[in-house]
Design a protein around this ligand. Structure first.
Ligand SMILES: [Zn+2]
Length: 270
């Protein structure tokens, strides 16, 4: 499932590829994949719109249009956004296609159909339930320490809660906890201030390094240009059951926390 670094990589690629392009028409093959506000026709509303900017919020790709409307895409498990030229083979599970006036197209493909492309009106508070962006100035060590205070939730589950911090998923929660030397099942509120500070820096560092390496391709993730990421080659714990910990040599174990597989080192995560 794409997390913050993967979605950031996709958004950066799309920004290069489609900013300034004008949408000529939209083809919707599976109606549930393209969501518009009541009374608005998704395809008709987009025809003639120009792409002003492409960005990211949490795990959503944002395509801002010149009218002030915005396309908010969640990729969920298997969603892909791919820019294609005329004649290029269509990707399996393509459900929504935005055709640009220059004959290129943006394909929204999703084999498992959990993803959505949503048309948002100017000023609509679509992201009000999302927490701060971990790489923004609004996410500070003191703020993070304050968030943990009094919480009995396991720290791993806390990191995955999008209402607390936006964009962290299973891969980067496991990696950040290993880097900070914190046991994933530990109640969030029991973490000492120095350890919480280490975790804050580990979260920021792991996300930034993953963006620098264009994300993690452990499944079928590819970016908007169809390229795989590189962070899967430097993972410390995620998916590494039984392999030696890079810090202490103990075998990596797997447990389940908040219904998610959790990889960690019993010796050096406390
Ligand atoms: Zn270890």
């Amino acid at each position: 499932m794409p997390e913050l670094p993967e979605v950031e990589t996709i958004a950066r690629g799309l920004a290069r590829a489609v900013t300034g392009k004008t949408i000529e028409s939209v083809e919707i093959r599976l109606p549930k994949m393209a969501v518009a506000p009541p009374g608005v026709d998704f395809a008709r509303a987009l025809a003639g719109e120009r792409v002003a900017e492409v960005g990211r919020r949490a795990k959503y790709v944002l395509i801002r249009l010149e009218s002030g409307r915005m396309l908010v895409t969640s990729l969920r498990m298997t969603g892909r956004l791919l820019v294609q030229r005329p004649g290029e083979t269509e990707f399996p599970g393509t459900h929504v296609v935005l055709f640009y006036t220059d004959e290129t197209r943006l394909s929204f493909a999703d084999v498992r159909t959990f993803g959505r492309m949503r048309l948002v009106e100017p000023g609509e508070a679509w992201d009000k339930s999302l927490g701060p962006e971990p790489l923004s100035a609004s996410f500070t060590p003191e703020g993070f320490i304050g968030m943990l205070s009094g919480r009995t939730t396991p720290i791993k589950a806390f990191l995955l809660d999008q209402q607390r911090i936006a964009g962290i998923g299973n891969i980067y929660a496991c990696e950040a906890l290993w880097a900070a030397g914190i046991k994933p099942g530990r109640p969030a509120g029991s973490i000492t201030k120095p350890a919480a500070r280490r975790l804050y820096h580990a979260v920021v560092d792991v996300l930034q390094r993953a963006i620098d390496m264009r994300g993690t391709s452990v499944d079928d993730y590819v970016d908007a240009e169809g390229l795989r990421g590189g962070f899967q080659n430097v993972l410390a714990v995620y998916g590494r059951l039984g392999q030696p910990c890079a810090r202490c040599g103990s075998p990596i174990v797997r447990t389940v926390i908040a219904q998610r597989g959790t990889w960690w080192c019993r010796r050096c995560q406390r």
